[in-house]
Design a protein around this ligand. Structure first.
Ligand SMILES: [Fe+2]
Ligand SMILES: [Fe+2]
Length: 158
């Protein structure tokens, strides 16, 4: 792990991504902590919308640069990340389609989603952020932050 990650320095888009990760994790925890069906549904709708927009915008702005890198580690991170985004989106849709959001089955699936998400975020903030720091200047990371916010806003509107 690079020194910047150890020190918790996150520049440009990396700071934005980290903020989103924390916000979505808190929201999903609130879903799991609730035992009220209407509240779970409302909070989960936000988790699904936010996480899908985050993942798609992140893939467009960050992953699509890393997968064209000369460095194998950067390409592999992006390819693996894409697959994990697919798994996450699939589970978000399954959970959304299940009618009873307070059933034991629903709760079990939501807990697995939380585990997969935390695993994904952990790798992204270590391997992914390290690759990004290695590949892009501070200025590029700042420009990517602006693009990320624009893309995400478009996705949330659409
Ligand atoms: Fe992310
Ligand atoms: Fe991601």
């Amino acid at each position: 792990m690079a020194l910047k990650e150890l020190l918790g320095v996150r520049e440009g888009i990396l700071a934005d991504l980290h903020r989103d990760h924390e916000a979505v994790d808190k929201l999903l925890q609130r879903v799991l902590d609730s035992d009220d069906a209407a509240e779970r549904r409302e909070l989960f709708a936000r988790v699904r919308a936010e996480l899908k927009a985050h993942a798609e915008a992140e893939a467009r702005v960050l992953y699509r640069k890393l997968d064209k890198s000369d460095e194998e580690a950067s390409r592999l991170f992006a390819f693996e990340g894409d697959v994990e985004h697919e798994v996450l989106a699939e589970q978000l849709d399954k959970l959304w389609a299940m009618r009873d959001k307070t059933s034991e089955k629903w709760t079990a699936r939501a807990q697995v989603l939380q585990e997969v998400l935390r695993h994904h975020v952990k790798e992204e903030e270590s391997d992914g952020f390290e690759r990004a720091h290695a590949e892009f200047s501070k200025d590029e990371l700042n420009k990517m932050a602006e693009r990320f916010q624009r893309e995400k806003a478009k996705l949330l509107e659409g």
